[in-house]
Design a binder for this molecule. Structure first.
Ligand SMILES: [Zn+2]
Length: 256
């Protein structure tokens, strides 16, 4: 696990920022869900003025709706799931440590005060406290499954904003994959298309361009198939729409 630049196994075992873990309820369950951007919680040690708190409600801080879908799917299929508990503004568990956006200094021109002028010690401290607990838990729980003879599809659930830099995004969901498991990606794409859902194939984010990190890292590390599913965030503006897209995703997963 040296790709992290730090040994995962050296993580302190009792971190306060372990992710939420939903244990599988059924043997041989077909999926292992992850949700890297589940939460917009800013830990108490960091500060945003009241006037700036609204940034926590934006897609810069989390993926609205993604946790809801992840929990629903875990419940429907009785599968395990790992969900982050902390905003990605502190450090993004779906980025590599030395990659762009790992600790974002600003969003839309607003300088995040708690990310200004971070030195190496602070970066390392955050990696230990917020980043490694997520990946260590995902790694260990996935290993448990493999140890029991399971071969789940590792599926990261995300959501994306309907427009970015003034550009509307026509796709309603996006299937993000690389050359490792194109067949299952194709089956998922077909499943959505058959239900009249507009699918982005590796867009707006692409597994080929290295824009899927967590699923890629743990999938490659263990040999399980891995994909990332992105859902457009306007589906979560009403509970009826959220229910409808969750039901469609659930049906599509039965076919892959
Ligand atoms: Zn995301």
């Amino acid at each position: 696990m040296a790709r992290f630049g730090v040994d995962l196994l050296e993580m302190p075992p009792n971190s306060a920022w372990l992710p939420e873990y939903i244990a599988p309820r059924v043997p041989r369950s077909p999926f292992f869900f992850t949700c890297e951007h589940a939460s917009n919680k800013l830990p108490d040690e960091f500060h945003l003025d009241a006037a700036d708190q609204h940034w926590l409600d934006t897609h810069w801080a989390w993926d609205p709706g993604a946790a809801l879908v992840t929990r629903a799917l875990a419940s429907t299929y009785g599968c395990g799931a790992v969900l982050a508990r902390c905003t990605r503004l502190v450090c993004d568990v779906n980025r590599k440590i030395d990659g762009p956006g790992f600790m974002r200094e600003e969003v839309e021109g607003f300088a995040l005060p708690f990310n200004a002028a971070l030195d190496d010690d602070e970066r390392q401290r955050r990696i230990q406290r917020y980043y490694l607990p997520y990946h260590r838990t995902l790694h260990d729980r996935l290993q448990d499954r493999l140890g029991e003879g399971d071969d789940p599809l590792l599926l990261a659930i995300h959501s994306f904003t309907p427009s970015m830099m003034g550009q509307k995004r026509p796709m309603e969901v996006a299937v993000v994959f690389d050359e490792q498991c194109p067949e299952r990606a194709a089956a998922m794409i077909r499943g959505f298309e058959n239900r009249g859902v507009r699918v982005g194939v590796n867009e707006p984010y692409s597994g080929i361009k290295g824009q899927m990190y967590s699923a890629w890292y743990h999938g490659r590390g263990t040999g399980v198939d891995y994909l990332e599913l992105e859902i457009r965030q306007d589906f979560f503006e009403s509970s009826a729409k959220a229910k409808s897209i969750t039901a469609i995703v659930s049906e599509v997963l039965r076919e892959i």
